[in-house]
Design a protein around this ligand. Structure first.
Ligand code: GCU
Length: 611
């Protein structure tokens, strides 16, 4: 009986399977030390460091010890320890393991990471360890104690380590498992490389005991004259005076948080310079509480639809876009620095884009901040992709959590104009319910942005029908159509197709395109040549210009990207070649076709708005 009581008490104190907290807003502006750098690692295909030989999880055992997270060294020459981080190899963090080690290129499973770091914790301060992302499931331990776990390969998570941080040396151990599973989000089948690892930045942040945890400071829905949002304080002194200063806008707004640390904000504004791609104006925003202070750079704009029009700051806009994966082919694997990301958006600007679709999952927060700075509107998305387990409640909870994390993290980024709840999901009753609930969730979290998804279509002869029931709930009609590549014959046959779109809403094509091997030339009917891809784009424009509600597009895709689904030894070699730029940075002929099309569109819209 005694044993049972001890075990029960342990279970309560250690937490059944504690999940990470909601993340702090704007981590990079807080006082933090980077935990990026070389981390020792142990590849663990049998999860030997997590389960004992009877498949019991060490961290749920009576002692909670026994796993690799103890980071042990033999006490003396008689002691048996069958792992050793100190003498194990190391990986760069941030960075996936697939692109850093040839023998891990296709590895799926668990890898243990260990980082030693020194700390000098101060009394009256709070400490959090913040991960910008780890793909796919992460179990995190500090000095042998479990902090918790996180699921979702592209969303940030954090743990409060105030009670566990030691003066001097600390051992941070993370088990990351990137195994694909049917009931996860994304599911087992995707057309991108399953890069595993701690793929984005890691910070140790020091905060006041009562700190500014979250805020939203944006223009109210369709209202250029009012900033609205909220302030959220966490800690013991919840009721505080708060000042929001936007010096360049002549705004100094005072308020008080309530006994929950919360204050709604509504600030009348006039003469704001509204954010736009042509003038990506960002304001310095200083938020001061009695115990904390945070600075941010925020743009103010409205986005809405009116009939078949999309209105940015009340003016009709055409979304001249391109789709982008979180991968810069010139730097193997997941991008590791702001420079890697800036290169991608610079190519998009060269294409004369004012908009990007950051597919198919939440991208790095730095990417949104760069889009704010560089003047690119953003479609942001969760990886509810293809054949998700629609009827599994845990799968829905996971998807809704990832959508919430995405919206909460990027809600202050003017560049983000669209939340997408998924991509190319086969129509069924369970799918309609699942996706419809995600749409409602997105709208309940943020009524100031548009909600979309890449819908399904079906063809009868040369008529392409877009009547996916999910379209009823969305603000714009978006779909992926591959006329000239997956169907519809050769490029010259594309213009025969007509679209019948059920919904009188703006149409933003979420994918179109075809592949080309850069440097492979031939006639326009020879698949894989640059000429075929160029002709495909030229004829796509002829077909799409017939859609009277066409208000944008994001051709698939800016650059070639790695995919396990593309093995052709000559043309693909595990690269998806639909990029307009090759994996060596060569611009294919179709790049220039799209660029000149966008120049014409830009002129047409400039003339219209002068009328
Ligand atoms: C799909 C899918 C993409 C994929 C593309 C392709 O539409 O959304 O993720 O890469 O087609 O087949 O290349």
């Amino acid at each position: 009986m005694r044993k049972f009581i001890i075990y029960f008490v342990l279970l309560i104190t250690c937490g059944f399977q504690s999940y990470a907290q909601e993340v702090i807003q704007n981590i990079s502006s807080r006082k933090n030390i980077s935990l990026n750098g070389r981390w020792n690692y142990i590849v663990d295909p049998y999860q030997n460091g997590y389960f004992d030989y009877r498949r019991m999880a060490f961290d749920e055992s009576e002692t909670g010890n026994g796993g690799y997270y103890d980071d042990k060294q033999p006490k003396d020459k008689t002691d048996l320890v069958e792992y050793d981080f100190d003498h194990s190899p190391s990986l760069n963090v941030p960075g996936d393991w697939n692109s850093q080690k040839e023998d891990l290129k296709l590895y799926e499973g668990a890898v243990w990471y260990r980082r030693l770091f020194n700390a000098t914790p101060q009394k009256g301060k709070k400490y959090i360890i913040y991960f910008a992302a780890a793909n796919y499931e992460a179990h995190v331990y500090l000095n042998g104690k479990k902090l918790g776990m996180h699921k979702g390969g592209f969303t940030a998570f954090q743990f409060d380590v105030t009670e566990l941080l030691k003066l001097g040396a600390n051992s941070l151990v993370v088990m990351v498992d990137n195994t694909r599973k049917q009931d996860e989000v994304p599911t087992i089948n995707t057309d991108w490389w399953n890069y595993g690892g701690i793929t984005r930045d890691v910070y140790l942040a020091e905060l006041p005991d009562t700190y500014l945890a979250d805020y939203k400071i944006q223009l109210a829905k369709n209202n250029l004259k009012e900033i609205s949002g909220f302030i959220q304080i966490k800690g013991n002194q919840k009721e505080q005076k708060v000042t929001i200063n936007i010096p360049e806008a002549g705004i100094k707004f005072n308020t008080n948080t309530n006994d929950k640390g919360y204050a709604a904000i509504n600030i009348p504004v006039k003469n704001l310079i509204n954010w736009s791609p042509e003038n990506p104006k960002l304001y310095q925003v200083n938020i001061k509480t009695e115990t904390d202070a945070v600075e941010d750079k925020i743009g103010f704009r409205t986005i809405s639809t009116k009939g078949k029009d999309i209105l940015l700051n009340g003016k009709s806009v055409f979304l001249r876009g391109i789709a982008i994966h979180d991968e810069n082919p010139l730097i193997p694997g997941r991008p590791r620095s702001e420079a890697d990301l800036r290169m991608l958006l610079t190519w998009a600007k060269e294409l004369n884009c004012n908009y990007v679709r950051l597919a198919h999952y939440p991208h790095n927060e730095k990417m949104m901040r760069l889009a704010d700075e560089m003047g690119l509107m953003v479609w942001a998305e969760v990886p509810v992709y293809w054949t998700i387990s629609w009827e599994n409640p845990e799968t829905y909870k996971n998807a809704a959590k990832q959508l919430t994390d995405l919206i909460e993290l990027d809600k202050n980024r003017a560049s983000v104009i669209i939340w997408s709840v998924g991509n190319e999901t086969p129509v069924s009753e369970p799918r309609n319910k699942f996706m419809g609930n995600l749409v409602d969730k997105a709208k309940s979290l943020d009524d100031t942005r548009l909600v979309a998804a890449a819908l399904e279509l079906h063809r009868e002869g040369n008529i392409v029908h877009v009547d996916d029931v999910l379209g009823e709930k969305l603000d714009i009609v978006s779909f992926n159509e591959y006329a000239g590549w997956y169907w519809g014959g050769t490029p010259k046959e594309i213009p025969q197709y007509k679209f019948e779109i059920k919904y009188p809403k703006p149409v933003v094509i979420s994918e179109l395109g075809g592949a080309a091997l850069a440097g492979f030339h031939g006639d326009q009917d020879t698949r894989w040549t640059e000429e075929y891809q160029e002709a495909l784009y030229e004829n796509q424009f002829k077909m799409l210009d017939q859609i009277d509600g066409l208000r944008g597009m994001t051709p698939w895709i800016l650059v070639d990207f790695r995919s396990p689904r593309r093995p052709h030894p000559i043309y693909q070699n595990f690269w998806n070649r639909k990029g307009l730029i090759s994996d060596t940075g060569v611009k294919k002929k179709a790049f220039f076709a799209l660029k000149s099309y966008y120049e014409k569109v830009e002129k047409k819209y400039a003339n219209n708005s002068n009328k």
